[in-house]
Write a protein that binds this ligand. Structure first.
Ligand SMILES: Cc1cc2nc3c(=O)[nH]c(=O)nc-3n(C[C@H](O)[C@H](O)[C@H](O)COP(=O)(O)OP(=O)(O)OC[C@H]3O[C@@H](n4cnc5c(N)ncnc54)[C@H](O)[C@@H]3O)c2cc1C
Length: 148
């Protein structure tokens, strides 16, 4: 950042640099294993972030709820084994894992064939225009029938 010509030019010379922030790439689509013995990993930490949209609030909340229910179950059955923890992971997959599979595929298509995004936008525009013209034609029809 300090060396980048555009950033240097934008912030000028009187800038004081504060402590460096540590950042990391977002884990997308789930880590291969979000559990271990007496360990359940939730939300972003488990990579429960949609690979296409980057959304992860709902999956963080759902995985939190599943983890809470699984923990209650483990306490009630006095079963803290790795298999009991695996149940959490499987339930998360049932709840939103399939969404990640489709999002992952869609993200790859867009990444490798970027023009597909334009094609989707064109289809969207066509559909919007069609629905606008069909709704305006139906209103014209109704106004005609009213006046006749
Ligand atoms: C810019 C941006 C925009 C986003 N927009 C959307 C959106 O529109 N819709 C959507 O669904 N998702 C969005 N997301 C993703 C969403 O914010 C996350 O997926 C979601 O917040 C994950 O929730 P979480 O509880 O797993 O983690 P977090 O919300 O990150 O919570 C983790 C918490 O742990 C704390 N913490 C970390 N380390 C420690 C430590 N050592 N000790 C104590 N506490 C610690 C952190 O301070 C933080 O409060 C966005 C993310 C970003 C970065």
């Amino acid at each position: 950042m300090e060396q980048h010509p555009y950033i240097k030019a934008a912030i000028g010379s009187g800038c004081e640099w504060s402590e460096k922030r540590i950042v990391a790439p977002i884990r997308l689509g789930g880590v291969p294993r979000a559990y271990d013995r007496q360990l359940l990993i939730l939300g972003d930490a488990a990579g429960y972030v949609d690979p296409l949209t980057g959304e992860g609030i709902h999956t963080a909340m759902i995985s939190g709820q599943i983890a809470a229910n699984t923990t209650i179950e483990m306490f009630s059955k006095h079963n803290y084994s790795i298999d009991a923890c695996r149940a959490y992971s499987l339930r998360c997959y049932d709840a939103f894992g399939f969404e990640f599979v489709y999002s992952y595929l869609a993200a790859h298509v867009i990444y490798y064939i970027p023009i597909s995004l334009d094609a989707i936008a064109c289809i969207g525009m066509l559909e919007t225009n069609t629905s606008i013209s069909s709704s305006s034609s139906s209103s014209t029809t109704s106004s005609l029938s009213l006046s006749s």
